[in-house]
Design a protein around this ligand. Sequence first.
Ligand code: ZN
Length: 295
Amino acid sequence: MQQNGPNFGSFAEAVTTLGKLTRMEGAIQAAIKNSRVPPREARKLLKCSKPVEAGNTPVFQFMRELFRRMELGELEMSSVDIFKMTFRVADCPVCKLYQNVKGKRTCYITTDTLAQFFNKDLSIPSSAEEVMCKNSGDEFCEFTVSMQPLAVYQLALDDCDREIIGQLQGAKDAATIVKATELSGAEFSYRLDALKRYHILDSSNRLTEIGETYQKFGQSFKHLDEEFPAPWKDMSEISESISASVSFAEAFTEAAETEPIFEVKNKDIVNLAEKAKSSRSFAELLSKNLSKEEE
Ligand SMILES: [Zn+2]
């Protein structure tokens, strides 16, 4: 037997694992499809400067619940940076699907779900990567999501921020700006801090080079906020779609298990799992490979 794929231990274990992954894939597709987050809520997450603050946003609370329901484990916010967020899963259930794997990162399904959530539900072009994994000897699994800077600038700053930038460029003093924008002192300094983190302002509240560019092309940076209800307003609808997709996948898997799946060679399954790490849809890949076997 070749050794470059994950070692599932036995053929039966491989089949069980693939069945489980297929069910999860169905649940994830259903959940992602029903979870678009309105821009105003995504913005709250982007503006956070500390993991605790980000962890308390409605959108992160929602993500955590969603990941729990998709059986991907307990998601925690590990670090936040303007273009990068890090998430952690302790005691990762995906790792347990690959019990015999040692020295390899295995949780591509979690990585892919994070990428899909950011790209499709938050509408931020992003890529995700698993940087630590329990199966490769780390204490927990950790994932980083890298967001496209231009998209972040478009979404993170709103009309009020643009007004502050405009006023600062006109060299207005803080008191005048507070009055013009009708912000409370606390809100104003929170916004100034955010603009500094985004390198729009320097430490003495002057526009940086990035700030000047932003101001110059501000209109084209502007993001038209689409208004629709947050997906957590109706969590039951999402749960229903997840369970419907899971029972569909289960029925499919049960039927498949009694028939041609046992014709698949053990080494093909190992290769399949390896391939699946880079596959958009594991279920699609699996069904393609199965039909090829049947021919
Ligand atoms: Zn992992």
